[in-house]
Design a protein around this ligand. Structure first.
Ligand code: ZN
Ligand code: ZN
Length: 184
């Protein structure tokens, strides 16, 4: 069991490998990056955003139904995401198809009028990606503001998180993955 990242052609270039490496470290799982083979639909012209649910519907129809879902899939796209009834989401996971989507739009300093730094967007995509894959593996949200599974509502929330699971979530992850917990 591992993770495959589908990196969209329009998403920021040159940061795929560091993002994959950090996610692999956070979750202790092999991560592979490929070019995204799935057409990105669900664009809402009026909102200038993509419906995250529609994108996962397509992942189901066009990819996991045909190719199976042995590996967790993480789709990384540049377009801003929303869910009906809300303003925006950083990402969305659907455990039933073992697939998730993350948008880089609000993870870039440029969105907030700040100067671009590769390290910032690498850390944020990795944190948000690891969070959504955590859901696919079976983790829920965590109250610890420094834990990857904390639900961030703002960029500051996301930046406050460390690139790791808290001890409780780590223990849960190990139990889901069928490994013996490592003694401290
Ligand atoms: Zn979440
Ligand atoms: Zn936690």
């Amino acid at each position: 069991m591992g993770v495959i990242i589908f990196w969209d052609r329009q998403a920021p270039e040159g940061i795929q490998l560091p993002v994959a490496r950090i996610i692999s470290q956070i979750l202790d799982i092999p991560v592979d990056v490929r070019e995204n083979p799935v057409m990105i639909r669900g664009f809402d012209r009026q909102r200038n955003q993509h419906n995250a649910r529609a994108i996962l519907d397509d992942m189901q129809d066009k990819y996991t139904r045909v190719n199976g879902m042995a590996d967790s899939l993480l789709l990384v796209i540049p377009g801003d995401l929303y869910l009906p009834g809300g303003d925006f989401v950083f990402g969305l996971a659907r455990q039933g198809i073992n697939a998730a989507v993350v948008s880089t739009a609000r993870l870039a300093n440029g969105w907030y009028g700040r100067e671009h730094r590769d390290d910032d967007i690498i850390d944020r995509v990795a944190k948000e990606g690891a969070h959504e894959i955590g859901h696919l593996i079976g983790l829920d949200h965590c109250d610890n503001p420094e834990c990857i599974m904390f639900l961030p509502e703002t960029l500051d929330d996301l930046d406050r998180k460390k690139k790791m699971l808290c001890p409780q979530c780590r223990k849960l992850l190990e139990s889901f993955c069928g490994q013996e917990p490592v003694e401290p």
